[in-house]
Design a protein around this ligand. Structure first.
Ligand SMILES: C[S@@+](CC[C@H](N)C(=O)[O-])C[C@H]1O[C@@H](n2cnc3c(N)ncnc32)[C@H](O)[C@@H]1O
Length: 282
């Protein structure tokens, strides 16, 4: 995707360009930009330039708040094009219908979703504790020979879109959408059934780790653990994340090995989203 500062170099002055965020997301035919206090006054020009450069973009929205609350939602304002927040995004041979205002969705996790799908073995049962509109689950279902992926989300609107996405991707029976708190659903209905557990909610992963262990089969399995870590230049965010997880798992008397870790993306100055692949032997 073209860099925002690059495509605006003919429209804005170098000073104006210095005030804008360099990155933006395209979800289906909706572009989402971030606007600073200083760049607010020419956000309209930014939006129109994006629509001119990306012919497939029909709507440009401005993100006016950080991602907030249990449902991980952001406030959005219409800038240009059709007034809508629902779109269909294509990724790894799958289609995701999503309302970007009422559900969490990030196209930036596409590599991570593909990476996990490639790790899945024949006939596995998976629990996705924080499934959103079903992206991880559907990419896995379409790209592996999985048995079932129980896919939980607390946000009723996200679960509705997940059901629609299960239908349009024809993974009915493989991906099972469940609405509610992952903690409660796992304890009530998903004890000791999973070969693999996905935890793509960095804010709650440490708190929900005991429930990921409950979901795993008695023979053990894998946990894909996502977290946010602060790290200075001298520090390694993966090592910091590993130390926190190890401490927690040791207090839970778990036999584990953290076999892999990577930075998924930088989320701010000295802040990183990381993933750890944890092998658990119960
Ligand atoms: C960061 S999003 C990840 C969504 C999805 N996995 C993706 O990659 O697009 C986290 C999701 O967890 C859901 N959530 C928050 N708390 C939850 C809980 N206690 N149990 C189940 N889902 C929860 C939110 O509604 C949100 O959709």
């Amino acid at each position: 995707m073209k860099k925002l500062k690059e495509i605006l170099s003919k429209t804005l002055s170098p000073e104006e360009i210095s005030y804008i965020y360099g990155s933006y997301d395209i979800v289906g035919d909706i572009a989402i930009i971030r606007v600073t206090e200083n760049s607010k006054k020419y956000s309209q020009r930014i939006a129109e330039t994006i629509m001119r450069v990306h012919k497939n973009v029909k709507t440009v929205l401005a993100q006016t708040s950080p991602v907030l609350g249990d449902f991980r939602l952001r406030k959005l304002e219409h800038l240009a094009g059709e007034k809508k927040t629902v779109t269909v995004h294509k990724e790894s041979g799958c289609l995701f219908t999503v309302d970007v205002e009422k559900c969490y969705f990030s196209p930036r996790l596409f590599y991570e979703r593909k990476r996990i799908a490639e790790l899945v073995k024949n006939k596995e049962t998976i629990v996705n504790m924080f499934a959103g509109v079903g992206c991880f689950s559907i990419v896995i279902a379409k790209n592996s020979n999985v048995n079932k992926i129980y896919s939980i989300d607390l946000n009723p609107t996200a679960v509705q879109y997940m059901q629609e996405n299960i239908r349009i991707n024809r993974v009915y029976g493989k991906v099972v959408a469940l609405e509610g708190d992952a903690k409660e659903i796992v304890q009530k209905s998903l004890c000791a059934i999973a070969d693999r557990v996905l935890m793509p909610l960095p804010e709650k992963a440490l708190e929900y780790l005991p429930y990921a262990l409950i979901a795993l089969k008695n023979s053990g399995g894998w946990i894909h653990y996502y977290a946010f870590e602060h790290a200075t230049k001298e520090e390694n965010p993966i090592e910091k994340g590993k130390a926190k997880v190890a401490e927690r798992l040791e207090t839970l008397n778990t036999n584990f090995e953290i076999q892999f870790g990577r930075v998924v993306r930088a989320t701010g100055p000295n802040w990183y989203q990381i993933v750890l692949d944890i092998s658990v032997k119960k």
